[in-house]
Design a binder for this molecule. Structure first.
Ligand code: SF4
Ligand code: SF4
Length: 417
């Protein structure tokens, strides 16, 4: 329960940054949640002030505080807008960690985060979800969505990608070798994207190693304050990919976690930090690897008569700062008509568990994304984040639209046919 008056080390660590906020409000226009809900507590500035109040012991951790802190998308838009260098999303993470440490996670979150972190429990959960979708929700007439999530259209693979491929996927006349960090979404519901990534790399003479024992990157646990669980998985992942010089991911959130957040997780372990830094340096998003390390030959692509636009996932654009690579790759495909999407780097409304806990706000945010997509006239929407593929494709389908949402690797693999 509330820890009124009690300072935590987690909030003490960010107290200096909390005082940097001068309440100017420049971040308000950047915060999608605030712009949708118009509630000061659900804005970047409001969250920072509430966290400061708790850190100083003036305010309790109550329902209002929990909602304010949990309703953040962690999209990082506010940090870009802030002239004082405040990173409200990092303060939100510190507050979530504080809540986890002082009062524990609510049971539902504890179960979800624990399930995602454990490969066996995760496999059972996805198989159960697949069974329920096929045998229950798809048979109920009129049942189309659950809290704005397209449960009917959600792809869930019968066998996970990691179990579909060998550990070593050899290319002909190979010139190099990379590890592939698959991530939960590609593993369980976008296996086709996993195959596309292997295909594009193999086509370019790169062997792909898919370590069977890889674990969830830790993004969901980190996002809700369970640093210890995130760290446990992170340590194993770092050791598992130790012998590989480069590791490719097909997910902006996994990529940002592996490349940036692992450094924060282990900041208090100086003896392990050099290993974490070496690991971070060899992480590549698929688009960055393809663009800078392979240098694709567009002459090998078939002509692709489609009007295409690109959506940047939050962690891809602001976490990894990758925006140019996917666009340049798309524009290199013969005859593709590329059109820019308005607010391309604005959150699609998914944001992990946000979409199920704050679903009315999530639906509004997704509606804006659908409208912007409609305005482009594109028939294919490309992104580099599997969670965005699901959210945008689901929102389009629920709105009765026909456009297809694909991962960049899916499109490239098709262009090679
Ligand atoms: S990270 Fe996004 S949702 Fe959270 S306060 Fe900043 S702009 Fe708002
Ligand atoms: S977080 Fe930055 S932009 Fe927002 S109110 Fe504080 S100082 Fe201003």
């Amino acid at each position: 329960m509330a820890k009124e008056g009690k300072k935590s080390s987690t909030l003490d660590e960010v107290i200096k940054e909390l005082y940097l906020c001068n309440k100017c409000g420049f971040c308000q226009t950047a915060c999608k949640v605030y712009k949708t809900d118009l509630n000061e507590s659900f804005s970047a500035r409001g969250r920072v002030q509430l966290i400061k109040g708790v850190a100083e012991g003036r305010l309790p951790v109550d329902e209002g505080f929990r909602d304010a802190v949990n309703s953040c998308l962690l999209c990082q838009e506010c940090a870009v807008a802030c002239p004082s260098g405040v990173k409200p999303h990092e303060l939100v993470l510190a507050a979530r960690r504080y809540m986890q440490q002082t009062e524990g996670l609510p049971l539902d979150k504890k179960i979800i985060l624990g399930t995602l972190a454990d490969p066996f429990r995760r496999k059972v959960a996805f198989s159960t979800a697949r069974f329920l979708r096929n045998n229950v929700s798809n048979r109920i007439e009129g049942f189309n969505e659950l809290k704005g999530i397209d449960v009917r259209g959600m792809p869930i693979d019968k066998v996970g990608f990691i179990d579909q491929v060998p550990e070593l996927n050899k290319a002909q006349a190979s010139k190099g070798r990379v590890g592939f960090f698959v991530g939960c979404f590609i593993n369980h519901s976008l296996a086709k994207t996993g195959h596309a990534i292997v295909k594009v790399l193999n086509k370019n003479a790169i062997d792909v190693v898919v370590p069977k024992k890889q674990l969830c990157c830790g993004t969901p646990q980190n996002a809700y304050g369970d640093f210890e669980l995130a760290k446990k998985n992170a340590r194993k992942n770092i050791r598992l990919f130790k012998d590989l010089d480069a590791v490719v991911t097909g997910c902006g959130s996994c990529g940002a976690m592996l490349k940036k957040e692992y450094l924060h997780l282990f900041a208090d372990e100086p003896e392990f930090l050099p290993e974490v830094e070496a690991f971070a340096q060899k992480i590549f998003d698929f688009s960055a690897y393809v663009m800078h390390e392979i240098k694709l030959d567009p002459e090998k692509f078939k002509v692709f008569n489609h009007k295409v636009t690109y959506h940047d996932g939050c962690h891809m654009a602001r976490g990894l700062k990758i925006t140019k690579e996917p666009r340049e790759i798309l524009k290199s495909i013969p005859r593709i008509e590329y059109v820019e999407l308005r607010e391309a780097d604005r959150c699609c409304g998914a944001a992990g568990l946000f979409q199920s806990y704050f679903y009315e706000i999530a639906k509004d945010i997704s509606r804006q994304k659908v409208q912007n997509i409609e305005n482009t006239g594109a028939d294919i929407i490309v992104t580099g984040c599997p969670a965005c593929v699901h959210r945008i494709q689901g929102s389009l389908r629920l709105a009765g639209k026909e456009q297809k949402v694909v991962h960049l690797a899916d499109l490239l693999a098709e262009a090679y046919q």
